[in-house]
Design a protein. Structure first.
Length: 433
């Protein structure tokens, strides 16, 4: 965390401020050394401007002990008219401190430092962020700093680039899909300022994002930009083809799903073989080849990763019930803990979980086990409500009430209405004694 710059002037300024503040607080050098954990000889050297290296690991604990704001160092840099190179050095030195606002403030000052070619500073800062392994929160802060500066100075290309990088960070978290997708739509407003590879990257990520949010038509539209692009990128194109295939499947357009699966067969990605087998089996189930579908899906379920369990189990349970194979359905439901072990982190997983429990309820109804069916239906409706599929919620609630009445778990309100009212309660006045 040592800065590569002539430090004498800066050290004198910092030392002077520290000494004045220490005296205001009526602290001795020994007391300040004990508070900060910095040796008293170093404290003395700093106050007298005798140091030769500006080491923030030493300076910041002292500043904290003196209740001096971290931004004080920015004021000193401004007063001593430091050049962009020194600002870059200071910015890098603050990274290990995890003082995000301070680092972002230094970045803002760096971009505003006098330079005929400030776009070079923007590019250098942008390249520095994208090629380092700094944590996501810091990167988001620094990209935001670039966006604010470029918005003021009308540098569109780095507004677009920084927005894209922010989106890529935000969409890592599947639990924040809605917020991240809305942010991605903002990036699309600046898509003309992106390079061809960046456009493909954006459309590819957003297509997968849309699929996870059950926006299948949007997913297909976004995939078309990737698939039809003149800029060839096999990885992103195959991702888009597979996302389009799955979207057509969920829309019930199985002919189109088959067509895109055929295109996907040329993929050489590590997961491609598993994905092909799963989609082929699922399409068998939707196109009348039920027995073949069951065999293939059972094989896939035995070998797939946990993230696919609920998808495959739901397809299998639907086919078992279609074949009226209640024993196979019972065995699958018995394995529910394993099927549901993967954390739910997207609307797609909520959707599949909801459908699995609806089918589970149907199984119990066929077994004349209405009391066991009710919790499954309730659980299904809760998951549908999480993804705002209220039509499904009302459908399942009505179905649940119907079965509860049919199996006499509750009294039928229509029958109750037909019953004669009870005789009126006869009230006699209390005798007066």
């Amino acid at each position: 965390m040592k800065l590569n710059m002539p430090p004498e002037t800066l050290l004198r300024e910092i030392g002077s401020v520290m000494k004045q503040k220490r005296q205001e607080l009526q602290l001795s050098i020994v007391e300040l050394a004990e508070l900060s954990g910095v040796h008293q000889d170093i404290v003395l050297q700093l106050e007298e401007g005798l140091g030769t290296e500006l080491d923030l690991a030493t300076i910041f604990p002292i500043m904290t002990s003196l209740k001096l704001p971290p931004t004080m160092i920015i004021s000193i840099f401004n007063d001593t008219k430091q050049q962009p190179e020194q600002w870059f050095s200071l910015l890098i030195a603050t990274i290990p401190l995890h003082e995000y606002e301070l680092t972002a403030s230094i970045a803002a000052q760096l971009l505003e430092s006098p330079n005929l070619y400030n776009i070079f500073n923007v590019k250098r800062l942008y390249d520095m962020i994208t090629t380092t392994s700094w944590d996501d929160r810091l990167q988001l802060c620094l990209y935001e700093t670039i966006i604010q500066y470029c918005t003021t100075h009308h540098i569109r290309i780095f507004i677009a680039k920084s927005l894209l990088q922010q989106y890529l960070i935000k969409c890592k978290d599947d639990t924040q899909l809605d917020i991240a997708f809305e942010f991605g739509q903002q990036v699309l407003e600046h898509v003309k300022s992106l390079s061809a590879p960046e456009k493909i990257l954006l459309y590819a990520k957003m297509s997968i994002h849309a699929f996870k949010r059950l926006q299948f038509n949007d997913c297909i539209a976004l995939c078309s930009h990737v698939i039809n692009s003149k800029e060839k990128n096999e990885l992103h194109q195959m991702e888009a083809i597979y996302a389009a295939c799955r979207s057509f499947y969920f829309l019930g357009k199985y002919k189109f799903a088959k067509r895109f699966l055929h295109m996907y067969n040329t993929s050489s990605s590590p997961d491609a073989e598993q994905n092909k087998n799963i989609m082929t089996a699922m399409l068998y189930g939707k196109t009348g080849q039920t027995k073949t579908a069951i065999i293939e899906l059972e094989t896939c379920l035995a070998t797939t990763s946990p993230s696919n369990y609920v998808h495959l189990a739901t397809e299998l349970l639907e086919l078992y019930l279609k074949q009226n194979d209640l024993q196979a359905a019972a065995d699958l439901i018995q394995d529910e803990d394993r099927i549901m072990e993967y954390p739910i982190s997207s609307p797609l997983q909520d959707y599949r979980t909801a459908h699995f429990h609806k089918l589970k309820g149907d199984f119990f109804i066929r077994k004349k086990m209405a009391r066991e069916a009710v919790p499954a239906y309730i659980y299904s409706s809760l998951h549908y409500s999480k993804i705002n599929m209220y039509g499904k919620v009302f459908e399942i609630v009505n179905m649940t009430m119907k079965y509860m009445i049919e199996f006499k778990l509750v009294e039928d309100p229509k029958e109750k209405a037909k019953q004669p009212p009870p005789p009126p309660h006869m009230c006699f006045p209390s005798p007066e004694w």
